[in-house]
Design a protein around this ligand. Structure first.
Ligand SMILES: C[S@@+](CC[C@H](N)C(=O)[O-])C[C@H]1O[C@@H](n2cnc3c(N)ncnc32)[C@H](O)[C@@H]1O
Length: 335
């Protein structure tokens, strides 16, 4: 998540006095790796003893949630909220999927992604979790304020730290999870015809049978690297066979990475902001390794690189994001 000044800059970049163009990630890589000013970002991270590792890389689940809760409390004004209107262009299947499709948006924050999806698809049901209660409150407020037809009824927020605990059983019970491994049943929702009543509500605790989509939008980078693999396995376990995981996050050498001071490094390509929230910067191979090792099939994976230039003062911003689309195979390999 961005810190205040950063967010303002990015919002300003969309204003008329900026112009933007795409650039090649490889050019940026060469520039950074040959510039001694950035040398500290490239150094291997010193190995820690067990105690240091606990302090730096493995804060308790509660510490992460607490840092994010404070963040959401500090940024509780509507000014900080920005709907991700570009999202359905990046992931058109969110708009075109079947009538009764279900989505799990993980790390929903103040609802920037959730709102864009609910607005873009009027029949989708969206389950949204966050480790922070404050975030969920902000998301509920923003979705109510948007006043979209039936958005409130299609939005089910719940608290969960997906890197440290299982998703609740009402999302996918043990029997459903096992079933997903065994046969090609209960595939992605457009194969079924159902009415609104067919969806058990999160409130009555009956299992909804997994989801068709998982969205991870600027959330995985907030999870400590050593817990990412577990977190992705949890995403895999609640996706129906054939379901998609849609991923967008910070890419290696994004300008926000280059602003971190050496003492803010807590691992290789891993940083901690002054408010205790974390950010990891992904290269394509890291993302591929993490998702494919869990059993996902890679459908799309690329850097998105955008350079914005302020026409008045010539200030340049080079943003790098990763766009990825992964599928849970229809039939489990080996079954
Ligand atoms: C950068 S925000 C992204 C919010 C949203 N996905 C969006 O598109 O704007 C990251 C969110 O992930 C949440 N988060 C961080 N670690 C988490 C975890 N382990 N489990 C669940 N949520 C987490 C934070 O509270 C924060 O709201």
């Amino acid at each position: 998540m961005m810190e205040g000044g950063e967010e303002e800059e990015i919002m300003a970049a969309t204003a008329a006095n900026y112009y933007s163009k795409d650039f090649e990630w490889d050019h940026l890589r060469q520039e950074i790796e040959n510039n001694p000013c950035h040398a500290h970002h490239l150094l291997p991270f010193p190995k820690q003893d067990d105690q240091q590792h606990t302090l730096l890389c493995s804060p308790q689940e509660d510490d992460d949630s607490e840092a994010w809760s404070k963040f959401h409390t500090r940024h509780s004004t509507g000014k900080f909220f920005k709907e991700r209107r570009y999202l359905l262009k990046e992931f058109p299947e969110l708009a075109s999927c079947g009538e009764c499709s279900t989505i799990l948006e993980i790390g929903c924050g103040n609802g920037s992604t959730a709102l864009a999806i609910l607005r873009g698809n009027k029949s989708i049901s969206l389950y949204a979790c966050d480790c922070s209660k404050e975030a969920l409150e902000r998301a509920k407020e923003n979705i109510e304020a948007a006043n979209i037809n039936l958005a409130k009824e299609r939005f089910y927020p719940f608290q969960c730290d997906f890197s440290a605990s299982r998703f609740p059983n009402w999302l996918a019970c043990t029997a459903c999870r096992e079933n997903f491994f065994q046969k090609q049943s209960m595939c992605i929702s457009d194969a079924r015809s159902c009415s609104k009543q067919d969806f058990p509500s999160a409130k009555n605790n009956s299992c909804i049978g997994g989801v068709d989509f998982v969205t991870l939008i600027f959330t995985l980078s907030a999870v400590p690297l050593h817990r990412m693999s577990r977190a992705i396995t949890e995403c895999f376990s609640v996706l129906k066979p054939g379901g998609l995981l849609l991923f967008r996050d910070y890419g290696l050498y994004d300008m926000t990475m280059l602003r971190f001071e050496p003492e803010q490094r807590v691992g290789y390509r891993e940083y901690m902001r002054s408010d205790g929230t974390r950010s990891y910067f992904f290269c394509l191979d890291r993302v591929r390794d993490l998702f494919c090792a869990t059993g996902f099939t890679e459908l799309e994976l690329e850097y998105c690189c955008v350079q914005s230039v302020n026409r008045q003062n010539g200030k340049i911003m080079q943003r790098v994001w990763i766009h990825g689309k992964f599928q849970r195979p229809h039939v489990h390999v080996g079954s």
